[in-house]
Design a protein around this ligand. Structure first.
Ligand code: GDP
Length: 426
């Protein structure tokens, strides 16, 4: 079975823990887009792990982890992750990690360009994570990127690198007034961090196709959420890759295959890292309290996340563009202290109410319309069955499910592996 776990909202929905849960029994877990600009946090018996590049299945024995051609890979960062895992006693070998020969390398100059551009934008910056993601995807589509498989032929790589650095240097000097680039430091970086990765590099498409033919279970894990998708998200405050389930087979290396199941992950309230329209944003003390209860600080950057009530307008749009068959509602426990829980059920834009998620400047003018639901005012982290939840919590989940028009099959009530409830498929 080919299943994808994807984000319904702005990212940080808790996809990492769902992948950790559902990867048990899977043959392979695959990352198919993005780079080290976001992170999954997985908590299990071995500790707390932040994974920016490695698929979450790396923490499970017997699971093969694949980094697909749709990814962009900062080699230095990847090494850092591998070393930290090995230090914690987690094996990372060519048997349990396979990197696509077509995946794009994110070199240090793209990281630098990301910073130069954010600084040029000043107050109007997009809130980039400054990890080089937008410049490197730009390079890819301008056909000026280096790919993992090129590391196997240093002579050819060296020739391409000379051309690309000459071209990139024009942008550095001409656009940003920065010093020119030279190929030598990039070359040394590629050799130092890239060459030792070669044993992991292969045609991941061929490998996955073989698994699919044998009907092995493959799990595709997305980074970020639907609202950060380059085509369907809150452009230009999006990521530079496709975060949608539909892209999973392409970004993984099996473009001819179709997913059997899409599991959308959404949070019991809203959070958003970085800039861009966020109609339900809760400021002041109420926002601080929710941020604190939810521990809402970016896994990749440590930045405080913007927080707010559940946004059913944005989430229903997310469910639609992801084509979700079922949903996992995470972090329900975080709402346990609230006497009353508001849910945004519509936007008011220019005096008119709508339940459709708009694009462009209309979103900046959207004001949330709330319905308040009663809170449950007691901890729920110990609940493992639906019946153990307070009736108000059950009513909250039912209400969200009705608004989403998609079954909620999992609830999570705490960060630990076993703190979840299977809700059954209605
Ligand atoms: P991802 O990128 O979608 O995997 O999301 P993150 O890993 O950045 O954010 C999820 C964070 O919430 C992590 O710190 C998790 O340990 C934590 N978390 C996940 N599920 C729950 C939950 O049900 N309750 C609480 N309190 N924390 C959770």
């Amino acid at each position: 079975m080919l299943r994808a776990i994807v984000g319904i909202n702005w990212g940080d929905e808790g996809k990492g823990r769902m992948v950790d849960l559902l990867s048990s029994g899977c043959k392979a877990v695959v990352r198919y887009q993005g780079g080290n600009n976001a992170g999954h946090t997985v908590v299990n018996e071995r500790g707390r792990f932040v994974l920016n590049l490695l698929p979450s299945g790396i923490l499970r024995e017997g699971v093969v982890n694949v980094m697909g051609p749709g990814m962009v890979i900062d080699l230095e960062h990847l090494w850092g992750e591998i070393v930290r895992l090995r230090e914690a006693g987690v094996a990372v070998t060519p048997e349990n990690l396979k990197i696509s020969d077509r995946a794009v390398i994110c070199p240090p100059y793209d990281r630098q360009q990301d910073i130069l551009e954010e600084e040029r934008l000043g107050a109007a910056a997009y809130g980039s994570t400054r990890r080089g993601i937008a410049p490197v995807y730009g390079d890819k589509y301008l056909k000026k990127a280096l790919r993992m498989g090129e590391l196997a032929d240093p002579d050819a790589l060296s020739r391409r690198l000379q051309d690309i650095v000459r071209w990139k240097s024009l942008t550095f000097t001409g656009v940003y007034g920065a010093p020119p680039l030279t190929p030598q430091p990039v070359w040394e970086w590629l050799m130092h961090f890239g060459q030792p990765l070669l044993p992991f590099v292969c045609d991941t498409g061929r490998y996955l196709d073989e698994l699919a033919r044998r009907r092995d279970d493959i799990l595709f894990e997305a980074q970020l959420g639907a609202l950060r998708d380059i085509d369907y998200g809150i452009y230009p405050y999006t990521s530079s890759s496709s975060t949608l389930a539909a892209y999973a087979p392409i970004g993984a290396g099996v473009p001819g295959r179709q997913l059997d199941r899409v599991i959308g992950v959404l949070k019991a309230y809203s959070t958003c890292v970085g800039e861009g329209p966020f109609p339900v944003e809760l400021l002041g003390e109420a926002g601080d309290a929710l941020r604190q209860s939810g521990g809402e600080y970016g896994a990749a950057t440590g930045r405080p996340r913007r927080v707010g009530p559940f946004d059913a307008v944005a989430s229903r749009y997310g469910v639609r563009v992801q084509g979700a068959h079922e949903l996992a509602l995470t972090k329900l426990d975080v709402l346990s202290d609230l006497a009353e829980i508001p849910v945004c059920t519509a936007y008011r834009i220019d005096g008119r109410e709508t339940a459709d998620f708009p694009m462009g400047s209309a979103l900046d003018r959207a004001e949330p319309v709330y319905t308040a639901l009663p809170g449950w005012n007691r901890p729920i982290g110990h609940c493992r069955r639906l019946e153990e939840l307070p009736p108000q919590a059950i009513a909250y989940v039912d209400f969200i499910e009705r608004l989403m028009g998609c079954p909620i099959t999992y609830l999570s009530v705490g960060p630990e592996r076993e703190q979840y409830i299977e809700r059954g498929r209605s």
